[in-house]
Design a protein around this ligand. Structure first.
Ligand SMILES: *[C@@H]1O[C@H](CO)[C@@H](O)[C@H](O)[C@H]1NC(C)=O
Ligand SMILES: *[C@@H]1O[C@H](CO)[C@@H](O)[C@H](O)[C@H]1NC(C)=O
Ligand SMILES: *[C@@H]1O[C@H](CO)[C@@H](O)[C@H](O)[C@H]1NC(C)=O
Ligand SMILES: *[C@@H]1O[C@H](CO)[C@@H](O)[C@H](O)[C@H]1NC(C)=O
Length: 297
């Protein structure tokens, strides 16, 4: 091989290496996962690291990845020095330079359950192009649970009682666990309904049937969303003689009126009858007396 040929190859390799290296002057590092809370602001963070020198930004894009593709769901575009957004809820955090590092962030306002998913940050610079992926996990806290019982009052010992524990507006779909006052776990005797709401969250309703006992009248339900979020409620069965309220008592009062009314009617009839019979009696006596008087006279 001639010297000129060797030189040609040497220069060729050097140029290729330079181009190759230039393509790798930047790296994008993203948080693998970011937590977002329903209706609050969520932040997705990435960092652009320059290995050898500063760089000029040509274009940046934040997009949502669907089926490993990004082209149809561009959230934010940075071009000619400014950002433009497809959806007003999405914006960019301030760009922060620190030596050769650039911190970028995607801000999501009023986070929705449907915002959960993978996002991609792409950057094109004078020293190359790079991209990174990050995941937004959305949670919504359940409301404080509410327990109700059927029957609600006048419960007697060994009567079957159905308790319902409701909690609403949470994500992801959670569980409801039941315990008695000694913390025995009754969850297996309960049935859970998970009802989706229109905005992708869930309502939970758990039904638990037990046998009333005055020595075991306190029950607890615990809503388990994830390990961090537990909501609980307690309920004391209203065991014992009825307090005079509710529909049962309306019936009882009606019954009292019926009894009192019947009694009054009876007394009236008796009185009238007594009056009439006494009248007749008096009359007959009078008649008798009249008769006697007549006889006597
Ligand atoms: C891209 O989005 C538009 C409008 O949201 C939709 O009609 C279209 O089917 C989408 N295309 C793909 C490939 O997802
Ligand atoms: C609990 O939720 C269920 C299902 O949504 C509903 O039918 C029931 O009325 C609720 N109970 C109470 C006390 O709110
Ligand atoms: C109670 O029982 C449920 C269902 O069997 C189970 O998932 C849960 O971990 C139990 N909780 C405790 C505190 O033991
Ligand atoms: C979920 O619960 C909330 C609060 O109780 C209620 O307003 C809403 O209608 C429920 N949604 C469904 C789909 O049951």
């Amino acid at each position: 091989m001639a010297l000129s040929d060797m030189l040609y190859w040497a220069i060729g390799i050097a140029v290729m290496q330079a181009v190759y290296c230039q393509e790798n002057f930047i790296k994008v590092e993203c948080d693998p996962e970011n937590q977002g809370v329903y209706s609050q602001q969520a932040v997705l963070n990435c960092k652009v690291v320059s290995i050898k020198k500063d760089f000029q930004i040509i274009k940046m894009i934040w997009c949502k990845v669907e089926a490993d593709k990004c082209d149809n769901k561009t959230m934010l575009t940075f071009e000619n020095g400014k950002w433009s957004a497809e959806d007003a809820r999405f914006s960019s955090g301030a760009l922060e330079w620190n030596e050769k590092e650039l911190s970028v962030s995607l801000l999501v306002q009023k986070t929705q359950v449907s915002d959960q998913g993978s996002y991609r940050f792409m950057i094109s610079t004078d020293t190359g192009y790079e991209k990174g992926n990050t995941y937004l996990r959305v949670t919504a806290p359940y409301s404080v649970p509410v327990i109700s019982s059927v029957p609600g009052i006048n419960i007697e010992d060994s009567m079957p009682v159905t308790l319902t524990c409701n909690a609403s507006g949470g994500y992801p779909p959670g569980q409801i666990h039941w315990f008695d006052q000694l913390d025995s776990n009754w969850t297996k005797s309960s049935a859970l309904s998970t009802i989706p709401t229109q905005d992708g969250r869930f309502n939970l309703s758990s039904v638990f049937t037990t046998t009333a006992s005055s020595s075991m009248a306190l029950y607890k339900c615990v809503v388990v969303n994830d390990k961090m979020d537990k909501q609980r409620a307690e309920y004391q069965l209203a065991i014992g003689p009825g307090k005079q309220e509710g529909t049962k008592n309306v019936k009882a009062i009606t019954a009292v009126f019926v009894v009192v009314g019947a009694l009054a009617f009876g007394i009236l009839i008796l009185y009238v009858h007594r009056r009439r019979s006494r009248g007749e009696c008096e009359k007959s006596v009078e008649d008798e007396e009249d008769g006697k008087a007549l006889n006597n006279s």
